[in-house]
Ligand binder design. Structure first.
Ligand code: DAH
Length: 338
């Protein structure tokens, strides 16, 4: 057995090794089960007795040499891998920071601000009432009497027998009239709560109440103001239409429709083919409500309306599920960057 040739073979084989995989192959070939070293050791059986010692030493030398060269190669390869990693992970400290970017207003805030802008331009003030209301303000003084079926129109979250989460911003009307004599021109924005949840309802949503009390206020004033409002919010082209409706706190009561701003009134999927979209409710303040607030109905009359802010946002931006407005999905919200 030519041990020198074997040693030379080992050196040659290791010189060709360039990565951890090839190094592992080398190890398997020489040190693995049935590998070259084991074969050499098994070969001792065929060696005459007097040569066994020298053969054993020679095989051991091969083994030691292979191990030493292997270890050195291993260090070399690990160092190479480390350098490559350093290279790949180098930080360029001169790069400008990516930053978090500027935020933007939530679409509901934008709509709320737009509505306030329009009515502020007509001289409205802002009033904000409490979210926890009592039965009196939320229902009774708004002419929604106890056991009256219209209480069922609003699925109330009751806190106690008397206290509740306000189901609408209309109690703001009572609070304003209690504190201020006519003329009154006020907007009441705020969160409202109802036990209701589907694509177009959420247990918490926002409304904007409007109340005007003065001498000679009529339904024409209501239509004129709302006409201005929808024109500013949707487009200068849209028209309004009043339909008779029922609310205990207004008499007469109306639903306000706007001509479809998508199809111009011809009929499309947004207006469900009717050419009209319902946007809010309103009416002439019921005399009983004025009386409940010590406002003389023979001298004064009032108009009131309630706008659902989510509904306006969904119509204006083409949002099909109200939940989207509350999920705070940053990709969704980014679309409304002004
Ligand atoms: N409060 C009503 C609701 O939540 C909306 C509303 C209708 C408010 C007519 C008004 C009004 O002020 O006059 O469904």
């Amino acid at each position: 057995m030519n041990m020198d040739a074997i040693k030379a073979g080992i050196k040659e084989a290791l010189a060709l090794v360039e990565d951890a995989k090839q190094l592992a192959d080398f190890w398997a070939k020489y040190f693995g089960k049935g590998g070259e070293i084991q074969k050499l050791m098994a070969g001792i059986k065929k060696v005459p007795n007097e040569e066994k010692k020298a053969y054993g030493q020679a095989v051991n030398e091969v083994k030691v040499l292979a191990q030493e060269l292997y270890d050195a190669k291993k260090v070399e390869i690990e160092k190479k891998a480390m350098l490559a990693r350093y290279e790949a992970e180098t930080l360029d400290v001169t790069l400008p920071a990516s930053g978090n970017g500027a935020g933007n207003l939530h679409p509901l805030t934008c709509i709320k601000n737009e509505i306030i802008d329009v009515f502020a331009g007509m001289g409205f003030d802002i009033f904000e009432g409490p979210e926890i209301e009592d039965d009196d303000h939320n229902f009774t003084r708004l002419n929604v009497l106890k056991d009256h079926p219209s209480r069922d129109m609003q699925d109330t979250f009751w806190l106690t027998d008397e206290l509740l989460l306000r189901t609408h911003t209309s109690p703001g009307q009572i609070r304003v009239m209690d504190n201020q004599a006519p003329p009154i021109k006020v907007l009441v924005p705020g969160k409202v709560f109802r036990s209701d949840s589907d694509a177009t309802h959420s247990p918490m949503f926002s409304q904007m109440e409007g109340l005007v009390v003065d001498e000679h206020i009529t339904l024409c004033d209501l239509q004129g103001m709302l006409d201005q409002f929808v024109k500013a919010l949707f487009s200068g082209e849209v028209k309004t239409r009043l339909r008779p409706s029922y609310f205990p706190f207004t008499e007469p009561s109306v639903e306000v429709d706007v001509s479809c701003f998508k199809c111009g009134g011809k009929g499309c999927s947004l207006c469900k083919g009717t050419g009209w979209i319902e946007v809010l409710g309103g009416g002439i303040v019921n005399n009983k409500v004025l009386e409940n607030c010590n406002v003389d109905p023979d001298k004064y009359s009032g108009l009131a309306f309630g706008i659902g802010i989510e509904r306006i946002a969904m119509l204006k931006y083409g949002i099909n599920h109200m939940g989207k407005l509350f999920e705070n999905d940053i990709e969704f919200l980014k679309q409304f960057k002004a």
